[in-house]
Design a binder for this molecule. Sequence first.
Ligand code: ARG
Length: 489
Amino acid sequence: SPTKMWSGRFREPLYPGFESWQASFRVDVRLLRHELEASKAHAKTIAAAGILTPEELATTLEGLDSIPKRGAEEATKLTNMAFYAEIMKQRMPGIGMVHSSLGSLPMLYPNAEDIHHYVELQLNELIGTLALKLHTGRSRNEQIATDMRLFVREAIDEVIQGLKNWSVALITLAEQSGETVMPSYTHLQRAEPVLIAHWLLAYVEMLARDISRFQDARKRMNLCPLGSGAIAGATLALDRTITARELGFDAPTPNSMDATSDRDFMLDFTQACATLGLHISRFAEEITLHATAEFGFIDLPEAFSTGSSAMPQKKNPDLTELIRGKSARLIGSATTLSVLIKGLPLAYNKDLQEGQEPIFDAADTVTGMLALLPAFTAALKFKPARLKEAAETGYLNAMAGATYLSNKGVPFRKAHEIIGNAVRLGLESGRELNALTLPELQTLSPEFAEDFYQAITLEATLDCHDVIGGTARPRVSAALVTAKARLEK
Ligand code: ARG
């Protein structure tokens, strides 16, 4: 039998450098599990159409099931390191280290062009020429479109779980932080005091939107391309609902030209990953900043930090720095896919093969970060005394002070002006608002009374934000309950 899937019309062999250069097996071997699932579903569909007898179907399914084991056996041939080193030295095409959905293995893959070809070659060796019937009524164009959907769908589920786990860790830390306060910032200048829990819940909100973006993408992509053929639809009267159902898709895709060349689902995935990366990078930046001596809000967990080979005193925030950096790769993946799709004529083009690596890289990058973030978050130690001091100095209660006057009937714009004058008085004499005497304040406005000091305490400054989404203590307790309940849904 031919060693290629398409050699019939060719008279000349491929230029050796070109042959291995255009092959994608080193990359798409990662899709082995999905390729086997899709192939089994296709076998059932062509059996239903009378192409395979029930016995042939059984043999085909068994053959497909034994391919991973066979691959592993082949790999053991390579455990002889001397042999392996020799192979690597000679750069024999088709032999090397592969990273598959079944783990990292040294694997023999003589002549395999891609994962589809590999499965066909393996099946051929396992069940003989019956293997050659499997390609009846299908094309690699629909296969790769299907395998990638299966991969992305699984990656989405994994990412959503990771986001939920991290959200739980953030909520737990928020609960543990109780009434610990911190200064909040606009323009990176101290603004108003907030509860640490309120700040952490801001990230939980971002993650909730990320989760819904991934869920949304999953819903939209869950259609099965199998039966679309190379471009115009299968040349057999296949019941496409069989493959769709077998593979857990909601329905077959409605248009064969679109289905074989649509990579929107990959774009959606990488874009959602990029947005998630932006969110994580904001968190990472804040932690990095808060762990500096200048802020001193957080003690970095040693288990997630590294030292310096030169400066003995250092404890560096490598986790958060790398996360900040990795968000760049995620944007890179989304950008690669956008540019890949732009201007691409219908339908399948080999350019699309280049779309696999950004997907694998985005999935690995995101799941890698999400695997560490819950433990990192749980290990964060706040420095409450320093946080409180920072929240109580720098006139963070000025808004609360203006609100006090406006509650007394002073128009807010005027109240703002009066408290501004009080702040200036404080700045000039090195005092916070609560250290200004009542007579001093009353020179600025007759509305100041003894109860002013109650209105600008840290607690009052928090609790005057008593609106949905505000940092008043009862509101934050309620928000914690809501955020938790939403996750359990
Ligand atoms: N390896 C190819 C890819 O990843 C599979 C589809 C190949 N189709 C083709 N007509 N050459 O896109």
